[in-house]
Design a protein around this ligand. Sequence first.
Ligand SMILES: [Ca+2]
Length: 554
Amino acid sequence: MTNAIAATILLIQSLALAQTTFYVSPAGSDDANGSESAPFATIARAQKAARGTNAKVILGAGTYWLDEPLRFGPEDSNVVYQSRGDAIVSGGRLISGWQNAGGSKWTVTLPQVRDGTWYFRQLFMDGNRLPRGRFPNGDGLLKINAVSEDLRDITLAEPIPAQLAGKNAELVVYHEWSISRAPVESSEGPRVRSTVPVGWGGHALVARPGKVAYLENAPEFVDQPGEWHLDKTTGVLTLMLAESDDPNTHELIAPKLEQLIIIEGRPDAKVTGLRFWRIAFQHTEWPLPPFGYMGIQAGHYGTSIKEKTYVLPGAIELSYAAHCIFELGCRVQHTGACGIVLGAGCSNNMIETCSLSDIGGNAIMVGWRGKAKLADSTVGDIHLAADWADPVDVPSRNYITCNTIERAAAVDLGCVGIFDAFSSGTIIGSNHVYDLPYTGISVGFRWSLEPTSQRGCQVHNNHIHDCMKVLSDGGGIYTLGYQPGTIIEKNEIHDIHRSWHALQAPNNGIFFDQGSSGIHVESNKIYRTAESSIRFNQTTKENMTWKNNQFEKE
Ligand SMILES: [Ca+2]
């Protein structure tokens, strides 16, 4: 090879590299050319440049504050987005300019809130979720003494130290395995009146005497460090800190967006090969619906068993996507609802070596049916347990492996670490799942023995511990319904708790609930559980096959 030819090859190679790598930096400009020395400023600009090129997009360190979710369609396939340094994609806004309001309380006025274009229910300081002003403080709860027939008047065990009319306060009631969040209309003494019936009507998941509750979001409830309140009318955000602390010396972030990434193909044109490496995705809001959040199970909610049901959204949502990958240390943190959800037509996608923490709802869902054509449900409800109408929509062969999942269900305590339902061949392997108010991993979502699309899920080598810290009737792993080919193997499950206020149902290592069948259970190790290592409800041990398990409490 002559020197001239070699030089030409080098030139072509470097041109090829130059064409296929785009750079983004928070200090860049969208009028730049996206080269290393002249990076773009926004990911959206780089996305436009990368379209159809199989490019790599490199994000420089820093925070990318989104104005709207990043949407990826089939034309965005086969592009890698990776960070160099710590790149954070945030749906939040920095809150600064705090003024002392006397003592240890601080305020800032947010014009967008006052103007009605922004409202938020989460606030994060230096990467920690701060509680909205609540009564009682901390983890304190009050017993419910009485409930009116229409489920709207709830009498608590103690008088409420504030008048709650017109304050956007919320009443939170704990049921067995879910919670309700109800908008408060007014209060008097120990009695709270909600704008709606409190609970999922027609079911046991409603407010009842003996259950526990707390109140959230009134200015009077801001009475200990860390608590805050946002006034919808005046736009005044109030925060209490420890004496001599100053919020202007901390990073305070409130979420503006409800979603960060939406990957949405079509049945005839999936988004393929889109990859995200080492990127942090943070700060999403989830607004309370006008009818409240009446939790049913694992992030699904509704008003009554006669009405339509809903599921919480995900900060990152995929549908009709194949071979898309989140990996190599991607982080999802500080969300109002779920973390990553895989919906209709998702196949061969991978969430691997990611960390999901401080997630409001379920951390990861395979079989999310928030946008779905559903078959009629045959189990007496509307959509809660409905399968996909079209078999091509069944999520298949998705990999949820080697992730760390902690502190999911931070807002809806009835959510789980990993949820899998109406899916085929999901691999849930080698994940570390811990610190949860309810169940760790939930597989299946039909309360009967009848066949659905749910099959062949492999739950193996997961380390699951410190679950069931608040609610009851769940476990490290929870299963529901007929699911042929499901394998639960080599999981280590321990420290399954029971809170002082948990209702009657047991908390177990693995809870095989209604209709659970077709499952092979092998070489699992279960110890330190509040009740028995394994439990069966409306199914029996004979509906499954067993080998070499170590169960501490039979
Ligand atoms: Ca308080």
